[in-house]
Design a protein around this ligand. Structure first.
Ligand code: 6V0
Length: 334
């Protein structure tokens, strides 16, 4: 009150409003794309940023703060090691990740990221015991499981960004093929984020009309080749972006921000995200793996899993991914 008293007339005291706070750990390409989308979309009142590289972190924080005159008012904090700045976060988003070294095995990379998560996740859980955790770092399904174990949180509050991004790439490519707006296309990719994600063909609707069954009804042979080309393009598109610009950032930024909005504003919309998938679609109860399934999300985290139709082949692919993830997890020594 003292600093504003010189320019503003004091008003009668009012209770401080409830604020929304988001933490982003890792301010690399992905963390910054998420942070800037969150700011422009006015999703929180306070944003805390953490990164192991103090100069990069402070530079990024200042650069964002200098945009204050053009953005909704958001308090931005940063620290390279003091997790107390994250206290009382509603949502913690983890994007910190080691990069694969030349000749390094995938398992070795996973193990290095697990060691990193051992530093990050317990501290987030300690300072924000009621927060939602959103994991973006890769391999996202394994690391979401790791975050769940290290946080001690109920599974409903630990989510991986999973195939939310793959599904948006899928919707873009379908919309392009069908020459419609991507927002009118509903379509899900599920399972493991990346190479072995599964396209649910029967889930595709345009403006509520199921695409495959309406083609069948009108006896139009659907172009299986075109569909397969689109699925392959979804999987390959991340590699293409990385080959061309070195990393991916904008789409994952929007994808994570859309999850943040649904979660924090209790929108109860359906997103395919990585969640504890045991017991669903034939994945055995004793396999504690995280895989993406279309889920209803809200302020409590995962509120439910949609009962979508899977063909036998689609269910088999999911179960195979569950086996692979389970085997990797056995070797992590958590
Ligand atoms: P980047 O640009 O190398 O950024 C990683 C950041 O993490 C760097 O700024 C590091 O300093 C920081 N960091 C490292 N260790 C720690 C630590 N212990 N604590 C805090 N910060 C730390 O990588 P980029 O931003 O491009 O990618 C980040 C992660 O996101 C990687 O694992 C990617 O594979 C993953 N992505 C996941 C996607 C998804 O859909 N789930 C999409 C794109 C990328």
């Amino acid at each position: 009150a003292s600093s504003s008293s010189s320019t503003l007339l004091p008003s009668s005291s009012v209770a401080a409003p409830r604020t929304t706070k988001i933490t982003v750990v890792g301010v690399g390409n992905v963390g910054m794309a998420i942070a800037q989308t969150i700011l422009t979309q006015d999703l929180c009142d306070a944003l805390s940023l953490l990164d192991a590289n103090p100069d990069k972190l402070r530079g990024e924080m200042l650069d964002l703060q200098h945009a204050a005159a053009f953005l909704p008012r958001t308090k931005i904090l940063s620290s390279s090691s003091d997790y107390s700045i994250t206290a009382h976060s509603d949502l913690c988003i983890v994007t910190a990740g080691a990069r694969q070294l030349v000749g390094e095995s995938r398992l070795n990379l996973v193990q290095r990221n697990v060691e990193m998560f051992k530093n990050i996740v317990p501290q987030l859980a300690r300072w924000s015991p009621d927060a939602l955790l959103l994991v973006v770092s890769n391999p996202v399904d394994v690391l979401t499981y790791v975050a769940w174990k290290l946080s001690g949180f109920p599974a409903a509050r630990v989510i991986g960004s999973g195939t939310n991004l793959d599904s948006s790439r899928f919707r873009f490519l379908l919309a392009d093929h069908l020459e419609v707006n991507a927002q009118d296309v509903q379509a899900y990719m599920v399972g493991e984020h990346g190479d072995s994600s599964v396209a649910l063909w029967s889930s595709i609707t345009v403006a509520g009309v199921p695409v495959l069954s309406s083609l069948e009804k009108n006896q139009i042979a659907y172009e299986e080749e075109a569909l397969e080309r689109i699925r392959k393009a979804v999987v390959e598109s991340a590699y293409e972006v990385i080959r061309l610009k070195g990393y991916t950032s904008w789409a994952i930024g929007y994808s994570a921000a859309s999850l943040a909005r649904t979660l924090l504003r209790d929108q109860r919309s359906i997103h395919p995200v990585s969640l504890l998938a045991r017991g669903f679609y034939g994945i055995p109860d004793d396999k504690e793996v995280f895989l993406s399934l279309p889920a209803q999300l809200g302020r409590g985290g995962v509120l439910g899993v949609t009962n979508v139709h899977l063909t036998e082949e689609e269910a088999r692919c999911l179960q195979q991914s569950a086996d692979t993830l389970w085997e990797i997890q056995q070797q992590l020594g958590l």
